[in-house]
Design a protein around this ligand. Structure first.
Ligand SMILES: NC(=O)c1ccc[n+]([C@@H]2O[C@H](COP(=O)([O-])OP(=O)(O)OC[C@H]3O[C@@H](n4cnc5c(N)ncnc54)[C@H](OP(=O)(O)O)[C@@H]3O)[C@@H](O)[C@H]2O)c1
Length: 272
């Protein structure tokens, strides 16, 4: 599997909304099928199940790339490192491969400089091999770069799928050499019933999901679809080996309608 920064498999498994046994079984199944990159977060409430599935899978720790994200309530200096240690305990590991700020601090209650310094401290303490951000806009990245050099930011994880191509932000990240991880590649399933995508899938004798994964990867992104079903997990993996023509890639990119799925009331002012 292709790696980003020589470490992170371009295709990971997302775990948002997966709870209890469903989280455990889905991650266990994914690891059996060959996934080696798992994306979780403190707020998903499933770090313990992800950790147990990893232990039970018997896959060697060094073969895995595990991401977790620090939740808004833990961005303050008192809670930050403590919360990361709690995540590690739940995940049953000494370190995560990637630690992200899940969202910029709502209404900037916590100064960015302070929580980015905590993020750097987590790395210095060996709790995270790599660090990055999520849901950061161009303005927020500009601010972040005053505290942390672009070369230290492993990724900016943001929503990208055919209905939200996020071109302006991606171009900015490219200009700074910041890798973009696209989340919600299927817009939580919506794009899989799109006529254009279905037509391309039919013409190639594959599933719409494979087309969407291949499209995401063709943009130079890494992507983290989630699934609870063995067959879907497998199709998503297969998407990595599918090549699309430049015409097919443009057709899919042209489906963009800025249809954002993850837009909580504490979201930053998005780039359009
Ligand atoms: N940083 C952030 O703020 C943030 C925000 C949102 C999400 N994320 C990350 O991104 C990951 C992905 O997002 P998501 O889980 O919300 O949405 P998604 O991956 O776009 O879509 C998941 C949905 O697609 C279905 N699906 C998956 N593979 C399929 C296939 N091959 N064929 C048909 N249906 C398929 C799944 O159903 P089945 O289970 O039935 O397969 C599920 O309903 C999350 O799990 C999370 O790790 C990060």
């Amino acid at each position: 599997m292709k790696l980003i920064h020589n470490e992170m498999p371009v295709l990971g498994m997302g775990t948002f909304r997966l709870e209890d046994d469903i989280a455990y079984n889905s991650v266990k199944m994914a690891l059996e099928l060959g996934y080696r990159h798992i994306d979780t977060a403190q707020i998903y409430g499933n770090e313990a199940q992800v950790g147990q599935a990893i232990v039970d899978s018997q896959v060697e720790r060094h073969e895995l790339f595990i991401t977790t994200k620090v939740w808004n309530a833990n961005l303050n200096t008192n809670s930050f490192i403590k919360s990361v240690r709690e995540s590690l305990e739940k995940l049953k590991t000494d370190y995560v491969d990637l630690l992200l700020i899940h969202w910029p601090s709502p209404e900037s209650n916590e100064p960015m400089k302070e929580y980015l310094e905590q993020l750097i401290e987590a790395k210095n303490q060996g709790l995270a091999k790599n660090i990055g951000v999520s849901n950061f806009t161009i303005d927020l990245l500009e601010e972040a770069l005053k505290t942390i050099p672009a070369s230290e930011l492993f990724t900016n994880q943001v929503e990208v799928h055919p209905y939200l191509t996020n071109e302006k932000l991606r171009a900015y990240c490219d200009s700074k050499n910041i890798h973009v991880t696209g989340y919600m590649p299927f817009a939580v399933g919506k794009v899989l019933s799109d006529d254009v995508i279905i037509e391309i899938a039919k013409s190639k004798g594959v599933t719409p999901a494979e087309i969407v994964i291949a499209w995401s990867l063709s943009l130079g992104l890494s992507t983290i679809p989630s699934s609870t079903k063995r067959s879907n997990l497998l199709y998503n993996l297969k998407g990595e080996n599918l090549q699309l023509s430049s015409e097919e890639i443009s057709k899919i990119s042209n489906l963009n309608i800025n249809d954002r799925q993850a837009n909580p009331d504490f979201s930053p002012k998005w780039d359009i």
